[in-house]
Design a protein around this ligand. Structure first.
Ligand code: UD1
Length: 332
């Protein structure tokens, strides 16, 4: 029985593929390379020394998706297939709702047709919305999302809850990622944003290697220890291992719908990131203080205890590891 990974050639999907293969799981990757490269498939094989099936399919293509289920014995699906650029989602909301929400629905309908009911979903801390609390726990309700990207995550969570309510044979894990950074220690797979990156770490590494001139620090007048924004950065390999643990829970226990924060529980500021990166890599990261970015919150991080208690999962990598591995990837 195989685990199907739609979007498995992407940043988080490829790292999860490696961790699943390391655990001797059989996987099948489905990807349309809309935000990833075909080389990723070979690199996953190179890192693990293991082989797996791959299909170039878009999750909106019901016919092609059905063929994948027809030809294979699939036990569970971990869905990574989604667009994730916040700014682009504001400019092209229909593209995001269609790809992320309709894509998820098509996938779930196909699973239903073939009687596959174990589903792990890549959600985001963004579903907590704009709120006062700084430490997010799963007990909090979803909040008002700040952009269409965030709304797609929130909508899919709601769809999954309704689906489980209608048929409690579904077995679902919703994983709310905080800020994934870093790369596999081999330097073979990592984050590959298209164009100029929006997120902090991909920007820092491109300033350090001279591709970009300087970092703009968006605001230094927040109510945080050094005035810059504080986030919960999580190493992508720790995050990937969280998926393996979530899958194990679905395999072991009776059916249910479970939601987990995947974060470290620690907050670091933009300047903490810059200083740690400089210390670990020996590279300078020139920066200037710029105005606040619209939609940014001052500070938030995860309460990671539920995942620790119920999944027996916690992060192992440090901020130094995250900086070193991000740099190692860009250098390779
Ligand atoms: C962003 C998204 C979030 C998404 C996440 C994925 C927004 C508002 N939120 O989170 O929905 O789930 O990415 O990883 O876009 N910063 C700078 N200079 C930069 C880039 C960032 O100072 O060039 C600061 C930001 O102001 C923030 C921190 O670095 O304080 C982290 O920013 P970023 O990496 O973009 O992540 P989030 O905004 O937390």
């Amino acid at each position: 029985m195989a685990i199907l990974l739609p979007g498995g050639a992407g940043y988080i999907g490829s790292h999860t593929a490696v961790e699943l293969l390391n655990k001797e799981k059989e996987i099948i990757i489905v990807d349309d390379f809309s935000n990833s490269k075909p080389e990723m498939i070979d690199k996953i094989k190179q890192i693990t020394g293991k082989d797996f099936k791959f299909y170039e399919v878009n999750c909106l293509n019901k016919k092609e998706l059905e063929k994948v289920f027809e030809e294979n014995s699939i036990e569970a699906v971990i869905n990574f297939a989604g667009f994730k650029a916040v700014g682009e989602s504001v400019k092209e909301p229909l593209k995001y709702y269609n790809n992320n929400v309709s894509g998820a629905i098509t996938l779930l309908q196909t699973m239903q047709k073939y009687g596959v009911k174990k589903f792990v979903f890549s959600s985001s801390a963004t579903v907590y919305g704009t709120r006062q609390e700084v430490e997010y726990t799963e007990k909090m309700k979803r909040g008002e999302t700040a952009n269409p990207y965030g709304t797609t995550k929130s909508m899919i969570e709601k769809i999954l809850e309704d689906l489980y309510f209608a048929d409690n044979q579904w077995d679902i894990a919703i994983l709310r990622y905080f800020n994934p950074v870093g790369a596999h220690e081999s330097g073979l797979i990592g984050e590959e944003p298209q164009g100029i990156p929006n997120n902090l770490m991909p920007y820092i590494v491109r300033v350090a290697n001279g591709t970009l001139k300087e970092l703009s620090v968006f605001g230094n007048d927040y109510d945080t220890p050094d005035g810059t924004g504080v986030r919960d950065y999580i190493h992508v390999v720790d995050l990937a291992k969280g998926h393996v643990k979530a899958l194990e829970k679905l395999e072991k226990e009776g059916t249910g719908i479970y939601t987990y924060n995947l974060g470290t529980g620690k907050g670091y500021s933009v300047l903490d990131m810059v200083k740690t990166f400089e210390k670990v890599t020996g590279q300078k990261v020139p920066y200037k203080i710029a105005p606040r970015r619209a939609g940014d919150l001052a500070i938030y991080y995860a309460d990671p205890n539920k995942a620790k208690e119920e999944l027996n999962w916690q992060t192992e990598k440090t901020l130094e590891d995250m900086c070193r591995d991000s740099w190692n990837y860009i250098c390779k």
